[in-house]
Design a protein around this ligand. Structure first.
Ligand code: PHE
Length: 414
């Protein structure tokens, strides 16, 4: 773990052997795993890192990223036997135990890219939870492993359950994780939500996430003076667990929808009236609203210069290509200078974690309608307020949103 004390600007590290080499993760929950834990001091940690890990090559970069994004802790949990690197980006626990999704990263992503992605997403979760009045800090989990899909057994899922519990977090499937994966982890821990309903879980959190994006979009359109979705053109990038239900709401509201996805199967599952676009050019589509609902980091300098939409309101996390609040201000300004209204993603896409929190707290009493109304009660309200602050202060909605929630997340305004 690498820890950062934000108040004193100090960084420290520690490492531990938390389980015996012969541990059977398939029996997680029935075994005493951590009784043999041994801690190493910082000096010895350096030696362990140097002898065993690729992390030494980019250690300084990671510490710089952590400072830049004001992160509290980064943990790497390594199971050498199964070749699993579990990356936990714990941005903040000030509001409570951390909450955030779990992602799987392709093996050809470098370890540094995975860490940077997870850190960024964890930071987004701190703000998302604060904005949604969820009493949890923010985190994100990433799984990087060479273990082939068909060899992922209870040993694999049991280890992930341990890593989640290790951080006292609750999580839910994010990109690269299916509802079935959540079911399998859920055999070992109740700290994962978003499995299939037939197992007693609440179903895909994308359902409430999509509803939240939909009501946020209506609010933003009203604000921009485009009163109705009926007849408006909306380009949706990515039609997975979030994009697909969003498209359905849009079609029902009479919007003209253009959708793109790298998966043909995902496109085929859409209603017939939806126009299919190309994943390579959807960001440059002329439309009223662009809704990014896939990967993050898509709005870089060049993409911003080529945008031809009036508004950006979407469900993807970290749409701006940047790694700190300050970088985001610059990117957001660049969008605003093009006359485009960008509503920050963590304000718009909080529906997923709103549903997740309810499932985690209520268990079998979870009621999807309650989650949908909670999203509808919170998200448009936040959009409205953030856009009003932005107008009043002459700043971007991104800066307005951070200003509004910085005190909640960090306990200070700067
Ligand atoms: N993965 C969701 C997001 O990115 C949040 C979430 C967290 C959902 C925890 C379920 C459980 O917003």
């Amino acid at each position: 773990a690498i820890m950062q004390d934000r108040d004193n600007d100090e960084t420290s590290m520690r490492a531990a052997m938390e389980w015996l080499p012969g541990v059977e993760w398939a029996k997680y929950g029935d075994q005493d795993l951590i009784s043999t834990m041994e801690w190493y001091e910082t000096k010895a940690v350096v030696r362990v890192l140097e002898e065993n890990l690729t992390i030494r090559d980019h250690f300084d970069k990671i510490v710089a990223l952590m400072k830049h994004g004001r992160h509290q802790r980064l943990e790497l949990l390594l199971d050498w036997k199964q070749d699993i690197r579990f990356v936990a980006g714990i941005h903040s626990t000030k509001l409570g135990h951390p909450a955030g999704g779990i992602r799987r990263h392709p093996l050809d992503d470098s370890e540094l890219d995975v860490i940077a992605d997870i850190l960024n997403l964890g930071r987004g979760m701190s703000f998302k939870n604060a904005a949604a009045s969820i009493p949890n800090g923010g985190c994100k989990f990433g799984v990087h492993s060479s273990l082939p899909e068909e060899e992922r057994d209870d040993g694999f899922y049991g280890f992930l359950a341990f890593c989640i519990d290790r951080n006292l977090a609750f999580t839910g499937p994010d990109m690269g994780f299916s509802l079935e994966d959540a079911n399998r982890i859920r055999k070992f821990t109740k700290n994962i939500v978003g499995g299939t309903q037939k197992t007693g879980s609440g179903g895909a959190t994308g359902v409430t996430a999509a509803w939240g994006v939909f009501v946020a979009m209506k609010q933003a359109l009203a604000d921009a003076g485009i009163e109705k979705l009926d007849g408006a053109s909306v380009a949706v990038q990515g039609v997975g667990e979030l994009g697909r239900p969003l498209v359905e709401h849009l079609v029902e509201a009479g919007a003209r929808v253009l959708a793109a996805d790298t998966s043909d199967a995902a496109l085929e599952a859409l209603p017939d009236v939806v126009t299919r676009g190309s994943a390579g050019s959807i960001l440059r589509t002329q439309c009223d609203v662009l809704a990014p609902c896939a990967v993050g980091g898509i709005l870089d300098g060049q993409a911003i210069d080529e945008l031809r939409c009036k508004l950006i309101v979407g469900g993807a996390n970290n749409q701006l290509a940047s790694s700190s609040e300050m970088d985001e201000y610059l990117m957001a300004k660049r969008i605003a200078d093009r006359g485009i209204l960008f509503v920050p993603d963590w304000i718009v896409n909080a529906g997923g974690v709103i549903q997740g929190k309810m499932e985690h707290v209520k268990g079998p009493e979870f009621d999807l309608d309650e989650a949908l109304s909670a999203a509808e009660g919170t998200i448009p309200q936040n959009v409205k307020h953030v856009l009003a602050i932005a107008r009043r202060e002459g700043i971007t909605p991104t800066e307005a949103a951070y200003r509004k929630f910085n005190y909640t997340v960090y306990g200070s305004v700067d």
